[in-house]
Design a protein around this ligand. Structure first.
Ligand SMILES: C[S@@+](CC[C@H](N)C(=O)[O-])C[C@H]1O[C@@H](n2cnc3c(N)ncnc32)[C@H](O)[C@@H]1O
Length: 203
């Protein structure tokens, strides 16, 4: 059995049939079905967008009038669509002020950023948290008041500090593990709903 077949499951096959660029689309779809994050006309930032299924999903839900900006180290070459703009960058060294000026206010910031895993759990958790923390810093800077933030995190030391930080900046905080997350994976998603205004007023 080839390596790619080993990882194939019904989500992989369904994604191929339904012409999504990756099976991970079903994670976002499940979360979005429940929390209604992506709306028509929405302005979305998708951090770690390659190969593009989350952006593809957002473009389809936000049209007409929506706008999706994707950021990744790698260009999603199979995603060409009106309403999509790609910024090739390393999120960890991305200048937030510059990004903010480039893309303006966003309704939703998504991060499916994931490090290439080493198999050493402590190192992988720590690199995932570094990415998630940067995603949050970007979110806090570009989100409009009451905007939403979703980010992937690997379960482990330090994740609870990030959870507390999100809880203090958003009116509601949820931890979600969609059914499409593979059983053996440590990944989960932190969801901040309705960002409080910078003065810290919760409503
Ligand atoms: C799980 S994939 C995202 C899948 C995507 N949500 C989709 O549905 O197609 C994680 C992505 O994070 C990107 N990534 C990891 N570290 C990054 C960094 N420092 N800067 C930018 N992108 C990064 C990887 O290149 C990879 O494409």
């Amino acid at each position: 059995m080839s390596k790619s077949n080993k990882w194939e499951d019904h989500y992989t096959r369904r994604a191929r049939q339904e012409k999504w660029l990756a099976r991970s689309v079903y994670k976002l779809e499940e979360i979005d079905r429940k929390y209604k994050l992506i709306r028509q006309g929405g302005r979305i930032l998708d951090l770690g967008c390659y190969p593009g299924s989350w952006s593809q999903y957002c473009i389809s839900k936000a049209a007409p009038g929506g706008e999706v900006v994707g950021v990744d180290l790698r260009e999603p070459e199979n995603l060409r669509s009106e309403g999509f703009r790609f910024i090739k960058a390393d999120v960890l060294s991305l200048d937030i002020e510059w990004l903010s000026g480039e893309i303006g206010r966003r309704d939703v910031v998504l991060s499916d950023l994931a490090p290439s895993t080493s198999g050493i759990a402590v190192a992988d958790v720590s690199r995932s948290l570094e990415l998630a923390r940067k995603a949050l810093a970007i979110g806090l800077s570009v989100l409009r008041k009451k905007g939403h933030f979703l980010c992937k995190v690997f379960e482990g030391e330090g994740a609870q500090d990030l959870r507390r930080e999100i809880s203090s900046r958003f009116n509601q905080m949820r931890i979600v593990r969609p059914s499409a997350v593979r059983k053996a994976s440590r990944e989960m998603y932190f969801l901040g709903l309705s960002m409080v205004d910078p003065s810290g007023n919760k409503e």
